[in-house]
Write a protein that binds this ligand. Structure first.
Ligand SMILES: [Zn+2]
Length: 290
């Protein structure tokens, strides 16, 4: 078997996790070490994965979520309304959830954002070194390490964007951050879809009706329900009566991406964008077929 650049990319996660068996591993390294495109990519992703594992898991202070709700929603009686919602999320999330605190925070940001609260909408443009330096000034990160992470992430994005630009047609995509009410994924996910050669066919980070989604007729539906890990349920989408004629439903192209890979606006996005690329452009699918 010839190891092409595409195959290297497809098997990169397996390689870094030590899942390749001996002849494959050697072949992978033979290509990766001698290819001017793949060598920096493998180094970037290896570095990012290492840094993600090195991050400390944070436990959210018990009152944090309620303090945020107090500050944003005000009166106590509203908070009790949110209690049920938060309990529902806890029920769905596994107790020992790697990005637990970040994920719950992101959920709140997405849901409150969609309800019209004026959270600043994060964008990939926030990955400017200048912005990182500002947070470094506040003592949050060491500047050099943070800038390295940003550089590696950009390399992954650029590589995928270059591949996407060779595609003739943009893929129509709906990404969902929450199923009830339906909320589309946040703005930075729309940007990731764009990098992968797709178009988010609904407004990002907004509450939507099922009719709106049906009218937009996505070819691919990605579920990344906030704070649920990979527990989003494609069957739920396949069973929506009003979506029967949607192209993604007809072609059985509803997929799940672990929510923190899309919903955490930081290093996990490098893994998220590769996953997104893989699902939007499956290798066995004929590009020219419509
Ligand atoms: Zn290569």
């Amino acid at each position: 078997m010839t190891w092409t650049c595409d195959l290297i990319e497809a098997r990169l996660s397996d390689y870094l996790e030590g899942l390749l068996q001996e002849p494959e591993r050697a072949a992978f390294e033979a290509h990766a070490n001698s290819c001017a495109d793949c060598a920096p990519l493998v180094a970037s992703v290896r570095g990012l994965v290492g840094e993600m594992h090195a991050m400390e898991e944070l436990e959210a202070p018990p009152r944090l979520v309620y303090s945020i709700l107090d500050k944003t929603l005000g009166p106590r009686e509203t908070v009790t309304g949110w209690q049920g919602f938060l309990n529902a999320i806890r029920g769905l999330a596994t107790p020992k959830f790697a990005y637990g605190a970040a994920s719950v925070m992101t959920t709140l940001i997405i849901i409150l954002g969609a309800s019209g609260f004026s959270f600043r909408k994060s964008k990939l443009a926030d990955l400017r070194p200048a912005a990182i330096y500002q947070s470094a000034d506040r003592g949050v990160h060491r500047a050099s390490a943070a800038e390295q992470v940003v550089r590696k992430m950009r390399r992954v994005f650029v590589r995928i964007e270059e591949k996407a630009q060779r595609r003739k047609r943009r893929v129509r995509v709906y990404c969902e951050a929450w199923p009830n009410p339906r909320i589309s994924s946040p703005p930075w996910v729309a940007e990731l879809v764009g990098i992968c050669g797709g178009t988010l066919v609904v407004p990002a980070g907004e509450k939507l009706t099922e009719r709106q989604v049906a009218a937009a007729d996505p070819e691919v539906i990605i579920l990344a329900w906030a704070a649920t890990g990979s527990k989003a349920d494609p069957a739920q989408a396949y069973n929506v009566a009003g979506w029967k004629d949607v192209t993604a439903i007809q072609n059985r192209r509803v997929h799940v991406i672990r929510d923190e890979l899309l919903n955490t606006p930081g290093p996990p996005l490098a893994e998220g964008v590769r996953e997104l690329w893989r699902l939007l452009h499956p290798p066995n699918r004929n590009e020219h077929k419509t």
